[in-house]
Design a binder for this molecule. Sequence first.
Ligand SMILES: Cc1cc2nc3c(=O)[nH]c(=O)nc-3n(C[C@H](O)[C@H](O)[C@H](O)COP(=O)(O)O)c2cc1C
Length: 175
Amino acid sequence: MKIQNRFTKDLTIDFPMIMAPMFLVSNLEMCLEAMRGGIAGTFPTLNFREKGQLEDILAKLNAAKNTPGNTGTYGVNIIVQKSNPLYAKHLQICVEAKVPFYITSLGSPEEVIKEAHKYGGKVYCDVTNLEHAKKCYDLGADGFIAVGQGAGGHAGPFPLMLLVPTLKSISPICR
Ligand SMILES: Cc1cc2nc3c(=O)[nH]c(=O)nc-3n(C[C@H](O)[C@H](O)[C@H](O)COP(=O)(O)O)c2cc1C
């Protein structure tokens, strides 16, 4: 069984589902299991801060992605704000590994979108409101992650029952 829509086609996965990134929790095994299940596994790049760790997990995930029968994919959550001292280094490592997709959090996703699109990577931007969503859309984002009330660490002010229909109404990338 498969569910086909724009999102699953963009990521070549079986089901339109992301295993959400969790700081200090998401790991290699969880992402591999998501990929085996035909969905998208993700992890925050900041879970791998020691030298060589990020390169190592990306190599393992890329190897798994090319295994026959593996119908899922993986992506990384990257904090694009200056508060992340590893941002530039991590982006460079991810681009070199041709990470299939990115979830950007906090600041401007401009550089990630530019670099990912050079090799066909997709970028989905965390947004909490219409203003940020419009900026991301204009920069060429492939989609939004609607961060509503109760979403966790960086929760937005609006309930998803308002945020999601509003995003859908303004943007063709949400349809
Ligand atoms: C322990 C924990 C850590 C999280 N860390 C991150 C993170 O680093 N980046 C992020 O984008 N979201 C993070 N989140 C939010 C989740 O990715 C997800 O958006 C949130 O849990 C809502 O999804 P759910 O309703 O399926 O739980 C975290 C959530 C939890 C519970």
